[in-house]
Design a protein around this ligand. Sequence first.
Ligand SMILES: NC(=O)C1=CN([C@@H]2O[C@H](COP(=O)(O)OP(=O)(O)OC[C@H]3O[C@@H](n4cnc5c(N)ncnc54)[C@H](O)[C@@H]3O)[C@@H](O)[C@H]2O)C=CC1
Ligand SMILES: O=C(O)C(=O)COP(=O)(O)O
Length: 527
Amino acid sequence: MSKPRVLISDKMDPNAARIFEENGCDVDVITGETPEQLIARIGDYDGLAIRSSTRVTKEILDAATNLKVIGRAGIGVDNVDIPYASSKGVVVMNTPFGNSITTAEHAIALMMALARQIPEANAQTQAGLWPKNGFMGVEVTGKTLGLIGAGNIGSIVASRAQGLKMKVIAFDPFLSAERAIEMGIEKVELEQLLARADFITLHTPLTAETKNILSKENLAKTKKGVRIVNCARGGLIDEAALREMLDSGHVAGAALDVFAVEPAKENVLFGAPNFICTPHLGASTTEAQVNVALQVAEQLSDYLVNGGVTNALNMPSLSAEEAPKLKPYMALAEKLGSLVGQLAHGNLTRIGIEVEGHAATLNIKPITGAVLAGLMRRYSDTVNMVNAPFIAKERGMEVREIRTEREGAYNTLIRIKVDTEQGERTVAGTLFGKNQPRLVDIFGIGIEADLDGHMLYISNEDAPGFIGRVGSILGEAGINIGTFHLGRRNAGGEAVLLLSVDQAIPEIVLKTICDTQGVRTVKALSF
Ligand SMILES: NC(=O)C1=CN([C@@H]2O[C@H](COP(=O)(O)OP(=O)(O)OC[C@H]3O[C@@H](n4cnc5c(N)ncnc54)[C@H](O)[C@@H]3O)[C@@H](O)[C@H]2O)C=CC1
Ligand SMILES: O=C(O)C(=O)COP(=O)(O)O
C-alpha cells in the first residue's frame, strides 16, 4: 500500500514534518502559496496540515479529491469551511490545548503593555526624547478584568490575572455556576461586564453569536477609561467604532493581536491614540509551536495510518486502540447498510440501528456512521462515515441508536430497522470468527450469507423445483454461481434466496427470473 501523502501549507515547527515521516507518511512542506496554486496541488494529498494562513474554502475542498483529513496546528478553525468539509467526508481536527497557555500569556502581556503604554514609551525613549512625564500608567491591582469567553484560554487568563490581584468577572453563556466558583470568578451578563470592567479581554471563537460582540452599541456601554484586549479573533470587535472611542478617549487603550482582515497591512485602527497591536502572535512561542506541530502530526498520521480519530471537530473520537477493534464491525455495518439501501424502495425516513453484545461495549458512533454510509451509497459516490450522519440529517432521516451489552443468540449483532412503504424491514448481521461479516437475518427470515461482490436476491413462494429453475436460468446465461444461501419464513411460505455470482447479472436474465412462477422480488446487489 502506498504511503499517505501530507501537505503542510503553513509555517510550522519542523517537528511536524519529522513526525509525519516517522509515522509512515510522505510529507511536503510548501507554504505561502496562492489559493490557485493550492487548488492545483491539493488533489495529490490525503492530509493537509495548516495554521491560520491557509483558508480551506469550498473551492479548495472541491479540488481536494483525495483529501481525508485536515489538521489545524492550533485552535481556531474559522479558516476552514467545516460544514463543507463534512459534506465531502473530510475529517477536521485541531489541537485544542497546545497553544492556550501561550495565548493567555500574550493577552496578559498586552494588558500590561496597555496599562503602562510600554510600546510608545519604548519608541519615544529610543528616539532620544526621554519622555519621563508623558506616560502616566494605571495599576492593575484591584482592577476588574472582564472576560468575554471563559474556556481554556479565558480560564488561564483568569488565573494569571488573579495572581496580579485583579477581580475577574466573566460573560460566557456556557460557563456553569460551579465552574465559575471553582475558578474563583464571578459569572455576569454581558451588560454588567461592559458596565463594570476596567479591562476587557476577549476569548471566544468567532461564531454567528460572537461576531461583533463589541459592537458600536456595546462599546458605548463600557465604563469610561476601559482598556480592551483581543487575542481571539478580529471579527469580534467593530474596528471603526473602536477607533472612534479611542479618538474620543472613552476607551483608554486597545491592544489587538487579531484583525477582521488579515494580514492587516492597513487598518482603521492604525495610528489611533493608545492603540497597540501585534501581527497574530498569540500562539507564537517556541513551546506552543512545538506542542501544536507534534500534536497535529501525531493526530493526522494516526488517522491516515491507523484510523484513530482525536480532536476531530466533525466526527466522534476513535482511539488508535479502538480503531482496529471497530474495523470489522464497521465493515459489517456498512454491508448491512448497503443491503438495506439496495433493497428498500422509496424514501427512508426512520432508521434504527441496534448494536448488541460485544459491539455494544465499543464506541458505536463509527458503526452508525458506517451503516448510514452504506445505506446512502446508492445516492452518492462521495458519502462516507464522516459525512453520512450530516447527509442523513440534511435529508431529514431520523436515526435512532440502541445499544444492548447483553448478548442474544449471537456474541455480537448489528440490526438495522427501517420504515419503508412496505412497513418495517429488518436485517441483521454478526461477525464469524473475529472479523468476518455475515448476514444472519433478512426481513425476519434467518439466513447465513457473506455479502460480497455481485449477488442476487430473490424472494419467492417456497415450492419444490424453484431452486433448480433459477439455477438453470443462470446456467443458460453462462453465469457461474459462487455461493447459494436459502432461508424461509415457514414451509410453503415466503422464502429467500441469496446467491453470489461471478459477474453482474444482465437485465434480461433478471427479467426472466422475475417472470418465473412464484417469484415476488428479484434484485441484483453488489457489495
Ligand atoms: N491569537 C491567537 O494566536 C490565538 C487565538 N485563539 C482564539 O482563541 C479562541 C478561544 O480559545 P479557547 O479558549 O481555547 O477556546 P474554548 O472553546 O476553550 O473557549 C471558548 C469559550 O467561548 C465561550 N463562548 C462561545 N460563545 C460565546 C458567546 N456568544 N458569548 C460568550 N462566550 C462564548 C465558550 O463557551 C467557551 O467557554 C479560539 O477560538 C481562537 O479563535 C486561540 C489560540 C491562539
Ligand atoms: O490557534 C489559533 O486559534 C490561532 O489563532 C493561532 O494562529 P496561528 O497558528 O499562529 O496562525
